[in-house]
Design a protein around this ligand. Structure first.
Ligand code: ARG
Length: 267
């Protein structure tokens, strides 16, 4: 079963605006955020996932979104370089955590932004990676060289979907959810050219962050979505676990960004 890194939302908040969801005038309720995160943690544990915890730190309100801290493959972790100064203080904490756990640390050149699993998701043997808002396109080529793996680079064009994991979600080796208008035409052609099944979301599900789901085998954890999407997933044998995570939407995140997969296999 899967192993994930989470960080308790003790110091979570919206203290700056670096994506269109974040509004200083619409801050999350911390007590409610804690309850929502706790419910997610319990659901993951109940479904058999192993949870590792990163120590929260005051002054780093987005540290809860651990998906952005690194990208793990086997025993190696490529550490992130955040695009925004507001999140760069998280980098040494992820570095320390991965080093203490015995991962081999890999870094990209200083000037190349890369936001970890937020912008790069394994789909079978391919790494699907996005650029446009956060990660630099050059990070894709570097990762492809470091690990000798094929990387499919996609351009994000709608700033509401500024990270790949807000508009694309691999369900298994052959299937994924996606929100087509988040990508440019060339990227859509590249994605469709892989010849796998892509399940398109409508805008209502996309803005409810239905793509931002944690997948544990046949179990899918996400924000409540439409009946239509529930049905599509059920027909394909997936079990849905719908968790309200509205306090995190206020920062532009949901279930998936609250966790980082620590056990991505080496194909
Ligand atoms: N407020 C955070 C940011 O803008 C949210 C990150 C959400 N993470 C994600 N993987 N989509 O960086």
């Amino acid at each position: 079963m899967r192993r994930l890194l989470l960080c308790a939302p003790r110091f979570y908040g919206v203290e700056y605006e670096i994506n269109p969801w974040m509004k200083l005038s619409r801050r999350p309720d911390l007590a409610c955020a804690l309850r929502q995160w706790e419910a997610l943690r319990q659901a993951l544990t109940r479904l058999g996932a192993t949870i590792e915890l990163l120590e929260p730190q005051q002054g780093l309100p987005d540290l809860v979104f651990t998906a952005n801290g690194a990208l793990v493959r086997g025993e190696e972790a490529i550490l992130s370089r955040f695009r925004h100064l507001e999140r760069q203080g998280e980098e040494p904490l992820f570095r320390r955590w991965f080093a203490a756990k015995g991962f081999r640390l890999l870094t990209l050149p200083q000037d190349i932004a890369f936001e970890g699993e937020g912008d790069a998701l394994f789909w079978g043997g391919d790494l699907i990676a996005a650029y446009g808002f956060r990660s630099h396109i050059r990070s894709h080529r570097l990762i492809s060289e470091i690990w000798s793996i094929p990387v499919v680079s996609l351009a994000l064009v709608d700033q509401r979907f500024y990270h790949l994991d807000t508009c694309f979600c691999p369900l298994d080796e052959h299937r994924a959810l996606y929100y087509p208008p988040a990508f440019d035409a060339y990227s859509l052609a590249a994605l469709r050219g892989l010849g796998k099944e892509l399940i398109a979301l409508d805008e209502a599900d996309a803005v409810a962050f239905a793509c931002n789901a944690v997948v544990l085998g046949k179990d899918v954890l996400m924000q409540p979505c439409s009946r239509r999407l529930e049905e599509k997933l059920r027909q394909r044998g997936f079990r849905l676990h719908l968790l309200p995570l509205g306090e995190y939407l206020k920062a532009g995140g949901s279930a998936k960004c609250l966790g980082l997969y620590l056990d991505n296999p080496v194909f």
